[in-house]
Write a new protein. Structure first.
Length: 196
């Protein structure tokens, strides 16, 4: 094999490795798209049991109640027609639980604080709660401010400002944000970082 064909093979191998490296970098960048807000539908957390003979689904809310067609009282509540909301803006200071470390990547394309996954559920007889995970992508300790809105079919039910305690550099934390009492219907919550 001549020097020219050896150089050609070297150039081709070099270009191939450059393309593979660029593709891997692009895929890694796509996988780490920052999120500074989260929109969460309500999840069903009530335990249920399906009767194998009748197909009836039993929950703590319907066990022991009479069966048959719904009564006028059962049909009286229309979640879409709910017009009640909590006036003003509620301020809360949740307790945070450190969970793990995250890479310190804050910069032009990565926010200082990033909201991760979240779940919205109702604690029967108490309040709606939003479990939120937050990453501090910076090398500094920060005390973020979040704004969360609990809604029913797009209509505001309650708005809250969340004053998060100091989160250490490169730390992932979890917290519970309380919403309205469960006698108000909520089907969605949104949470956004206001600062830093």
């Amino acid at each position: 094999m001549g020097a020219r064909s050896g150089r050609t093979i070297g150039i081709v191998v070099g270009l191939a490795s450059l393309v593979v490296t660029n593709l891997a970098t692009t895929e890694a960048a796509r996988a780490q798209v920052p999120r500074s807000s989260v929109d969460v539908p309500a999840s069903q957390t009530v335990a249920q049991f399906r009767d194998p003979k009748t197909g009836q689904i039993w929950t703590p809310f319907n066990v022991g109640q009479k069966s048959g067609p719904p009564t006028p009282q059962d049909l009286a509540f229309d979640p879409l027609g709910q017009a009640v909301y909590v006036k003003g803006v509620i301020t809360q200071r949740p307790t945070i639980v450190p969970l793990s470390s995250v890479p310190i990547t804050a910069g032009p394309t990565v926010p200082i604080v990033n909201i991760g996954d979240a779940t919205l559920s109702a604690i029967p007889g108490k309040r709606w709660q939003l479990v939120v995970y937050l990453d501090n992508n910076s090398a500094n300790t920060v005390a973020p401010l979040l704004t969360c809105r609990f809604a029913n079919s797009g209509k505001l039910v309650e708005e809250t400002h969340v004053l998060v305690p100091a989160v250490g550099a490169g730390l992932r934390v979890g917290m519970v944000i309380h919403g309205p009492k469960t006698d108000l219907f909520v089907d969605r919550a949104t949470c956004a970082v206001k600062s830093p």
